[in-house]
Design a protein around this ligand. Structure first.
Ligand SMILES: [Zn+2]
Length: 250
């Protein structure tokens, strides 16, 4: 009776579902205890530095952490992925059930898609102008994705267009296959000197794809159309709208 009372007082801020799932996680996540070394205030939250050299944002759940306190962290997928809950000295600050984690995940997808749509609306004129300036084989390449995925324009076109315009720039500046093959190994200053207008906003993925497309453009233009989409290594052909003629794909 005493235990039950104590337990219910300690967890008064949790729902029954949260209590139940927390008790399951408390068993499997026993290792994620951290001793508070230093506490800082940042905006509306406490930032915790621990004696095992990790730092994280605790938020503010109405209880001020102090050096020497023990914080228990609960994760969505293994250590140092997203937090689903925290205890301060064994008493929960919050805990999210699987259903709550999933609801938040869905909401963040909806928000991300809304932001993507808005970015597309804002940049449509610019994308159209880049498209109009592309050589025909690159236009056919973009057309392939637009046909393959009705949402391609707002989901991925900015990424693909950036890669394609940079590929054309590289091909027109370097002109032959040998120079394009040697290009990625040059130091940055020499790359920029060889290809004026080369963007400093490349990821490893867009840069690699742009160089490969440039090479195909000066050697075998048909493959500019056929080559996988620039973001396919990250999201896959089907999601991107990267369609293939089965015969030609082998
Ligand atoms: Zn593909």
């Amino acid at each position: 009776m005493n235990n039950v009372l104590e337990d219910s007082m300690d967890q008064h801020n949790l729902t029954n579902d949260q209590k139940e799932e927390r008790s399951l996680h408390a068993i499997s996540d026993l290792g994620s205890h951290h001793i508070v070394k230093k506490v800082e205030r940042y905006k509306d939250a406490w930032v915790i530095h621990t004696d095992d050299s990790s730092s994280f944002n605790m938020g503010d759940y109405g209880r001020e952490p102090k050096p020497g306190d023990v914080v228990t962290l609960y994760y969505v997928n293994g250590r140092w992925t997203m937090f689903r809950g925290m205890d301060l000295n064994g008493v929960p600050l919050y805990f999210k059930t699987d259903a709550e984690v999933e609801t938040e995940r869905q909401a963040s997808i909806v928000k991300h898609k809304a932001e993507q749509r808005q970015r597309f609306i804002d940049s449509k004129d610019e994308l159209d102008a880049h498209y109009d300036a592309l050589p025909d084989v690159f236009k056919q390449r973009i057309d392939k994705f637009r046909t393959g995925n009705p949402d391609f324009r707002w989901e991925y076109e900015a990424y693909e267009m950036f890669t394609c315009t940079q590929a054309v720039l590289i091909a027109e500046a370097l002109k032959d296959e040998q120079s394009i093959v040697a290009f990625p190994d040059l130091p940055w200053e020499k790359q920029l000197a060889a290809v004026p207008g080369l963007s400093d906003g490349h990821s490893g993925n867009t840069f690699g794809a742009a160089v490969l497309l440039a090479r195909l453009y000066v050697t075998n233009q048909e493959f500019v159309v056929k080559m996988h989409g620039a973001m396919v290594p990250l999201v896959g052909c089907e999601e991107y709208g990267c369609t293939h003629d089965k015969e030609a794909d082998r």
